[in-house]
Ligand binder design. Structure first.
Ligand SMILES: [Zn+2]
Length: 454
């Protein structure tokens, strides 16, 4: 198993932050070469896949990989012949039963994509990945607030989230609380389904020193703090799962007067980009993770344009090599822009709303207008637009209780009808249904528009 000393991992991560873009690119290229060489020698699947690639390959010579291929070929994809999917499945099930997270084969940690639909994808991480990504967390993400800031031993952490075990963030909250033992009392989950006055009361009573949640609910709590009804003194605010826009960032700064953190991480690629409280931008860890934004034809996305998808390469995972792995995220990497925080790492922007065109009644509809309309629905906490057949949409609606559901549903029905009519799609059928939000099982992020007809 590939390993590294903690001090060396910290040193490598620390040094690269001071390098120029070209120096970091060269370093990443060198790391990619070493990883591909290792994969060719130790992964029968990747050896086959890379058979025709020249020894002195360029990144674009390597074939694109995706979840289904890696899942189907798991036993030949992993680089340790002792590891296989049957053993891993048994181990994961045993851990779930016992509430433990014991390493697989006593050395590999494992992590799964979440979701209620689709097959969860479990991947292994080796010591090398864990130390490097741990160093990225402590050296870069928690640089301002300190590595202890996320520990319930030293902080009272309140998370305002969806308290549904099927939602990945709540699942990990429960695991961390359990792992914290007696310090578990220093972790509080408040459901976003509660009314704002109830959430405010709970937070005032708890007096957290750290606050985490989705930007949309944190923005409402910032209004409460500015109005003097919420009275907490949090050391930092950590945003997750949704796009953090400029207006929300500014409001959070004004209200809580503390560092506002944000991160972009994924099961497959690990810690991809961070905003560590010094600025609102996500900075890409491009010395360890290569992100290639691509357009709908699979070509590199134009500089300054949002991608249709990305290819991710995690240069530190040697047990389950993630190389040019396709994900559906829409991002843009800003070419060489100096940031106010002084970081030399590239700025990565994520699109908050992916709007795939939907084929309905034989015509292509852009869901943007419908999205913009439904976003204004009263009492709506979250919604999703799904294409469920060739001529029908399902509008999924999440509200705090049945009374508000009835009101929001009536509003949505009226406005959906109007919007479809205006855009020439009055023949499209639709229904508004009650729903519990779940993140996309593939990318772990929430999607406003989904196409479920394949
Ligand atoms: Zn910055």
């Amino acid at each position: 198993m590939k390993t590294i000393e903690q001090d060396l991992a910290l040193k490598l991560v620390h040094e690269a932050e001071r390098m120029s873009t070209d120096e970091r690119k060269a370093l990443a290229a060198e790391r990619l070469k070493a990883l591909v060489e290792y994969a060719r020698e130790n992964s029968p699947y990747l050896a086959r896949l890379y058979r025709d690639c020249p020894k002195d390959f360029a990144l674009s010579d390597l074939p694109i990989t995706q979840k289904s291929d890696l899942q189907e070929n798991f036993d030949e994809w992993v680089t340790d012949r002792e590891a296989n999917s049957a053993k891993l499945k048994l181990h994961v099930e045993a851990c779930a039963r016992e509430g433990s997270s014991a390493p697989f084969l006593s050395k590999y940690t494992f992590v799964s994509t979440s979701g209620t639909t689709g097959t969860p994808f479990t991947i292994l991480r080796d010591d090398y990945h864990n130390k490097i990504h741990g160093a990225l967390m402590s050296e870069r993400f928690l640089k301002i607030v300190g590595a202890d800031a996320v520990s319930p031993r030293t902080n009272r952490i309140a998370s305002v989230i969806m308290t549904d075990p099927r939602v990945s963030s709540y699942g990990s909250f429960l695991r961390s609380k359990k792992a914290a033992g007696e310090y578990g009392k220093n972790m509080l989950a408040v459901s976003i389904v509660e009314s704002i006055p109830n959430i405010v009361d709970a937070l005032n009573a708890y007096q957290p020193t750290a606050l985490t949640g989705y930007p949309s609910i944190l923005a409402m709590l910032a209004d409460e703090q500015l109005a003097g009804r919420l009275r907490i003194h949090t050391g930092y605010v950590l945003c997750s799962a949704e796009l953090l826009d400029h207006a929300t960032y500014e409001k959070l700064c004004r209200a809580f007067q503390c560092p506002i953190l944000n991160n972009y991480c994924m099961t497959e690629g690990g810690e991809v980009a961070f905003a560590n409280g010094l600025c609102e931008n996500l900075h890409l860890n491009d010395d360890w993770i290569i992100v290639e934004p691509i357009d709908k034809n699979g070509n590199p996305a134009k500089p300054g344009a949002l991608s249709e998808a990305i290819l991710v390469s995690d240069l530190s995972n040697y047990i389950c090599p993630i190389i040019r792995y396709k994900m559906s995220d829409c991002v843009m990497i800003e070419p060489d822009r100096a940031c106010t925080c002084g970081s030399r790492l590239p700025i990565l922007k994520i699109s908050g709303r992916e709007m795939p065109p939907l084929l309905l009644c034989g015509r292509t509809m852009s869901p943007s207008a419908l999205d913009a309309t439904l976003e204004k629905a009263p009492e709506m906490l979250k919604f999703q637009i799904a294409r469920v057949s060739e001529d029908a949409l399902e509008i999924r609606l999440y509200t705090k209780d049945s009374a508000s559901f009835a009101r929001a549903k009536a509003w949505m029905e009226e406005h959906t009808r109007e919007t479809l009519q205006r855009s020439g799609f009055s023949d499209v059928k639709f229904s508004v249904v009650a729903w519990q939000p779940v993140n996309d099982p593939k990318c772990g992020k929430f999607k406003v528009v989904v196409d479920e007809v394949k």
